[in-house]
Write a protein that binds this ligand. Structure first.
Ligand code: FES
Ligand code: FE2
Length: 439
C-alpha cells in the first residue's frame, strides 16, 4: 500500500537537518495528499490576463480532478468558475476559445459567460422546484497581480497580495503587468513537479550545469526566504563576486557583447533583442580604456534609447530595487520568475494527473512590447528533452538534471538532501511551507 510521507523532525529519516523528505517526490499517495491539502488552499497562477482580451474569451486550467474556466465576462470583468454542469456534472468546455455562452452538450442546460443560468431544457418538468439562485456556475476566487491571474479554491484564504507579501513588493518595480508573452513552450517532463521547480530555485548549479557561462565569469549566489516564497541573487559580498566581467584583464565591451549573443542563442531570454543589439555596438562606441561603470551605463543608455524609438519605455528602477529583485523569485507553490528591466523569464510546474513521475512544465518569456505589436505567440509543446534546436542549450542542461535527480532520489543509497545552507535556502523553505500545508 502506498503511504503518504510526513515531514520528520530534523535529523530523522534522512532529513539531514532540512525539511526535504525524499518520498515527497515520488510516493504515489503523496500526489493524492497534495490534491487534498495543498492545491485547494494556495493561490495558483492560472494564466495571464492578456490571454483573454475579448468578451467571451475563455480558457481552462486543470489541477487534479478540478477544471476551472477563466472567462472574460465583460470588458472589465474576468471570472473563474468550476468547469462543470450543475445538471449531472458533465464538464462544460474544453481547451480555450471564445463563446457567447456555455451550453452543456448533454441535455442542453446553458449558462451566460457571467455564470448565470440562462436555460434549463424542459424546465416545466421540475414544476417550479428549481431555484434560480441555486443554478449559477460555481464561482472561484480570482485575483490579479503583475498581469497574472491567480485562483484560490479556498474561500477563506487570505487575499492574494497578503499571500505574495514581500515577493510582490520586490517585483513591483519591474512592472510585470506591462509585459506580454514573446514566446511560450511546454512539455511533459519525466520528473515530479517539485524536482522540476527546484532546478530553478537556486543558483548553486549554474557554474557546473551551465558551465559554458563560466567564460563570462564565475558566480556565487545568496538566497533568502520570505514567508512561503524564496529568492536568490548575485552574492555581491562574495570574493569572486559577480564576475570576471569586472576584471581589468578582460575587455568588458567585447565580453558583454559575446555574453548577450550567447544568451540569445542558448535560451533567448534573460535579455531582449534590443540589449543584444546595443551590446554589439559597445566596442565601436566606447574607447579601450572605458571603465566597467561607463560600459554598463552606456549599454543601458543605448538600450533605453533604441527601445524608446520603437515605443518601449523602460521602468525606472533604482539600484536598490534591482538588488532586491535579485535574479529569481519562487512564488509558492509553483511559479518561478526571473525579472529584468523590460523582460521576465517565467516557469511553472504542476503535477501530471496522478503520476508522481511526470509533470507539466512551462517556460515563457515576457517582454515589454510596442503597443499594438504584441505577438500573441502559440504555446508550443515538445516532449523531447534532448531537442536543443527547440529548447536551447541552457534549458537542455537543466532538463538533464531534473530527469537525473528524479531517477536518483528514489535510491536506497540516497538518504536525503544535504542542502547548501547559503545558496539553497529557497528549497528548504519551500519544503517547510509545503509540509505546513500537508501536515
Ligand atoms: S449534464 Fe449538463 S445538461 Fe445534463
Ligand atoms: Fe539552470
Amino acid at each position: 500500500m502506498d503511504t503518504a510521507v510526513s515531514a520528520q523532525p530534523a535529523g530523522q529519516s534522512g532529513s539531514r537537518h532540512n525539511h526535504v523528505v525524499k518520498g515527497a517526490y515520488y510516493a504515489p499517495a503523496q500526489v493524492e495528499r497534495e490534491y487534498e491539502r495543498l492545491w485547494p488552499r494556495v493561490w495558483q497562477m492560472v494564466c495571464r490576463a492578456e490571454e483573454l482580451p475579448n468578451v467571451g474569451d475563455y480558457l481552462t486550467y486543470e489541477i487534479g480532478a478540478e477544471s476551472i474556466i477563466i472567462v472574460r465576462s465583460d470588458a472589465d470583468t474576468l471570472n473563474a468558475f468550476y468547469n462543470v454542469c450543475l445538471h449531472r456534472g458533465r464538464r462544460l468546455v474544453d481547451g480555450a476559445g471564445n463563446m457567447a455562452n456555455f451550453p452543456c452538450k448533454f441535455h442542453g442546460w446553458r449558462w451566460s459567460i457571467d455564470g448565470t443560468n440562462e436555460h434549463v431544457t424542459q424546465r416545466e418538468d421540475w414544476c417550479g422546484s428549481l431555484d434560480k439562485d441555486d443554478l449559477g456556475l460555481g464561482r472561484i476566487r480570482m485575483e490579479s497581480w503583475g498581469g497574472f491571474l491567480f485562483v484560490n479554491l479556498d474561500g477563506q484564504a487570505e487575499p492574494l497580495m497578503e499571500y505574495l507579501g514581500e515577493a510582490a513588493e520586490a517585483l513591483a518595480p519591474f512592472e510585470l503587468h506591462e509585459m506580454r508573452f514573446r514566446w511560450r513552450k511546454w512539455l511533459k517532463m519525466p520528473c515530479n513537479w517539485k524536482v522540476a521547480l527546484e532546478a530553478f530555485n537556486e543558483g548553486y548549479h549554474v557554474a557546473i550545469t551551465h558551465y559554458p557561462l563560466n567564460r563570462f565569469g564565475t558566480s556565487r549566489f545568496a538566497s533568502a526566504a520570505f514567508s512561503r516564497h524564496g529568492t536568490f541573487g548575485i552574492d555581491a559580498a562574495a570574493a569572486e563576486g559577480t564576475v570576471r566581467l569586472r576584471s581589468s584583464t578582460m575587455d568588458l565591451r567585447r565580453s558583454l557583447a559575446e555574453y548577450y549573443r550567447y544568451q540569445k542563442k542558448a535560451i533567448d531570454s534573460i535579455l531582449t533583442d534590443t540589449m543584444v543589439y546595443a551590446a554589439q555596438s559597445l566596442p565601436a562606441v566606447l574607447p579601450d580604456d572605458a571603465t566597467p561603470a561607463e560600459i554598463v551605463g552606456k549599454l543601458m543608455q543605448l538600450s533605453i534609447s533604441i527601445d524608446a524609438e520603437r515605443g518601449v519605455t523602460w521602468p525606472s528602477i533604482t539600484p536598490e530595487q534591482y538588488q532586491r529583485g535579485g535574479i529569481d523569485w519562487h512564488l509558492f507553490p509553483n511559479t518561478v520568475l526571473l525579472p529584468m528591466a523590460t523582460n521576465c523569464l517565467g516557469y511553472r510546474a504542476r503535477p501530471d494527473g496522478n503520476d508522481p513521475d511526470s509533470c507539466i512544465f512551462e517556460v515563457y518569456q515576457l517582454e515589454r512590447m510596442p503597443k499594438g505589436q504584441e505577438p500573441n505567440p502559440p504555446n508550443l509543446r515538445n516532449d523531447d528533452i534532448y531537442d536543443q534546436d527547440f529548447w536551447g542549450e541552457i534549458l537542455l542542461q537543466d532538463f538533464q538534471q531534473m530527469q537525473g535527480t528524479h531517477l536518483g532520489i528514489k535510491s536506497s543509497g540516497f538518504s536525503g538532501s544535504r542542502l547548501n545552507p547559503k545558496q539553497e535556502i529557497p528549497i528548504d523553505n519551500f519544503h517547510r511551507a509545503y509540509h505546513d500545508y500537508l501536515d
